[in-house]
Design a protein around this ligand. Structure first.
Ligand code: 5GP
Length: 208
């Protein structure tokens, strides 16, 4: 039985731990391909070009837009972020589940283009924990942290466009929940009509 790859969007407020969650998920299970986005923001300490992001200049990014090389892109806190098309298409064709860890404007564009995309939203256990995590990672200035929290309030208005939420209180549990949600998506009847038809034919052949 052929398993088609599922396109999964994962969004969540800055600082909620989406990146760590996705790294752990992909390390634990071989079926996932994590899309690497292009961005014009500067690399954080420890980030490498081609691993966390493809770091681009504004000119390079705008060229990618013009050449139609992005599935979606958005401007977030004064920087461009976008999903390169080639990798996503290749991985889906190979049967991998492709994860786009993207913010909400881009997520809604992906949903408009692919109605059967699985939309997941990662929530913090409470707002205070989110603020503490954002400050605790010590990678952004207070001004940027504030900008990201204001953005989180904006994003909170659109959570009803997502299918499921996962609360990231315990990393291990959150990873398993994301995995189970994607697995159950594979079992949807609407994704398995060919297989159901085949069983029906086999039954008819057997029974006569
Ligand atoms: P950060 O700067 O913290 O790595 O990412 C900022 C926000 O941009 C996060 O919400 C992240 O999910 C989002 N993001 C990362 N890559 C993309 C992308 O390709 N497209 C869109 N629309 N958002 C992205």
């Amino acid at each position: 039985m052929d398993r088609k790859g599922i396109l999964v969007v994962v969004s969540g407020y800055s600082g909620v731990g989406k990146g760590t969650l996705m790294k752990e998920l992909t390390a634990r299970y071989g079926q996932y391909a994590l899309s690497i986005s292009a961005t014009t923001r500067a690399p954080r300490e420890g980030e490498a070009d081609g691993r966390e992001y493809f770091f681009k200049t504004v000119d390079e990014f705008e060229q990618m837009i013009e050449q139609g090389r992005l599935i979606e892109y958005a401007s977030y806190c004064d920087h461009y972020y976008g999903t390169p098309k080639d990798y996503v298409e290749e991985q889906l064709a190979e049967g991998h589940d492709v994860i786009l860890e993207i913010e909400q404007q881009g997520a809604l564009k992906v949903k408009a283009q692919n109605p059967d995309v699985l939309m997941l939203f990662v929530m913090p256990p409470d707002a205070q924990t989110l603020v503490e995590r954002l400050r605790g990672r010590d990678t952004e200035s207070e001004k940027v942290i504030r900008q990201r929290l204001v953005q989180a309030i904006e994003e909170s208005k659109y959570v009803d466009r997502y299918d499921y939420m996962v609360v990231n209180a315990d990393l291990d549990q959150a990873v398993e929940e994301v995995h189970q949600l994607i697995e159950s998506q594979h079992n949807m009847i609407s994704r398995n009509l060919d297989f159901a038809k085949q069983i029906q034919m086999e039954l008819k052949d057997l029974v006569g």
